[in-house]
Structures are given as structure tokens and as C-alpha cells.
Write a protein that binds this ligand. Sequence first.
Ligand code: TYC
Length: 133
Amino acid sequence: MINNDNMISLQMLRPKMDDDNHRDDSDKDSGDGADRRETGLMLKVRPKTRKPSMYKVVLLNDDFTPMDFVIHILEKFFNKTRAEATDVMMHVHRRGVGVCGIYTYEIAETKVSQVMDYARTHEQPLQCTMEKD
Ligand code: TYC
């Protein structure tokens, strides 16, 4: 019932009618390529979809932002538990940079803005940015 292009036609979707089996031959496929009840509208069975690119939201280390403030940010904006937040914060503290989460472009952009606004409001120099995964 499915052709080579993975397409189905409305004809294929039409519910089977009671009289389908004893209709006169003029309604059946004559083999001449002319499908007489074909509407021409084709629907894709598997429409092509693409996975969105993903982006890491990362925190950068600095010498001034208090550790507890960074832990609070990770809990508040990245839904980390206290233990997870502490691990990420210590990773950033020791290594200079660390991943808070991985999101689609718009979500990542929003997280970066929220963190930067929050840090600025609280007069902390904390830096948050995003990079393609
Ligand atoms: N290095 C900071 C301190 O010792 C803590 C810190 C951790 C700051 C992570 C920023 O992204 C950061 N107080």
C-alpha cells in the first residue's frame, strides 16, 4: 500500500466501502497508469525531521563570586540538587569552566541571560556563556 517514496494517497486512506468488492471494473486499476479516483494529494508517512543543534551552557571561574552564590545559581536555574550543584561549582573552581546543562539554542540563550542578569543584580562578576555541543 506504500509506494517507493513512502507516500500514501488519499485513495489509500479511504475507508473500505461495502460495495468495493462488487463494483464494476471501470473503477479498478485498469493497468493503463490512470488511477481514476486518485486525487493527486499525497501525504508523507514519515515526514523528514531534523534534530535541533544542542548548546552547552557553561560557567566560568573567577576569583570573587562566592561559592555559595554559584551553588544557588545552579539550583535555581539549572534544577540541580545541592550535591550536583556543589560538584559543578567545584569543577568550575578547579578547572576554570564547567557545563551547567545542554539545551536547544533558545533555551540555552534564555538560561545565559537569566544567570547574567541575576549575577549583575547581585553585583557578582560571574560569567555564563553558551557553546555549540
Ligand atoms: N572561584 C570562586 C571562589 O573561590 C568560586 C567560583 C566557582 C566562582 C565557580 C565562579 O563559576 C564559578 N570563590
